[in-house]
Design a protein around this ligand. Sequence first.
Ligand code: 6OG
Length: 159
Amino acid sequence: IVPTVTPKLFTLVIPHINGKLLLGKKLRGFGQGYFNGFGGKVEAGETVEACARRELEEEACIQSTSMQHRGMLTFCFHDNPQPWQVHVFCVAAFRGEPGVTDEMEPLWFSPDSIPFDQMWADDRYWMPLFLAGKTFEGTFHFQDTHTLVEHTLREVDLL
Ligand code: 6OG
């Protein structure tokens, strides 16, 4: 019998509109102080896509009207046996105005001013694929939660 660990599911949602990215500065919780997409844990009985819509609304106050599943990232932390599987979505259109919440402060960035030094270390690897409209899959190993020690990344046709 081989023991297996089921990954914990998350979403990461990034509006990419007219060449600009909407990222949020995380104001509390895991990854506080980092810029990131919007997202969180997939709840019991919820689809990954429904989670993506809910989190975008809760954290950025906007409703997606066009969303595409673009990436699957697996994060392994050396001090945690349960990997995290993070599904990345691109939002091409939304309703409403991005607004600050207790969790996130949204800001627009052009592709040449993405604040990678204030983001998770994996982002600089997969973001070029995201910006180019590609679909991708990667695994990233972190030591001490924030230090990236090893990774693999590839383009895929379908997720
Ligand atoms: P809440 O704690 O807000 O969900 N997340 C990561 N995003 C990137 N780019 N790199 C990582 O490297 C990440 N680890 C987690 C997934 C956490 C949010 O943070 C994302 C979720 O959107 C380790 O519920």
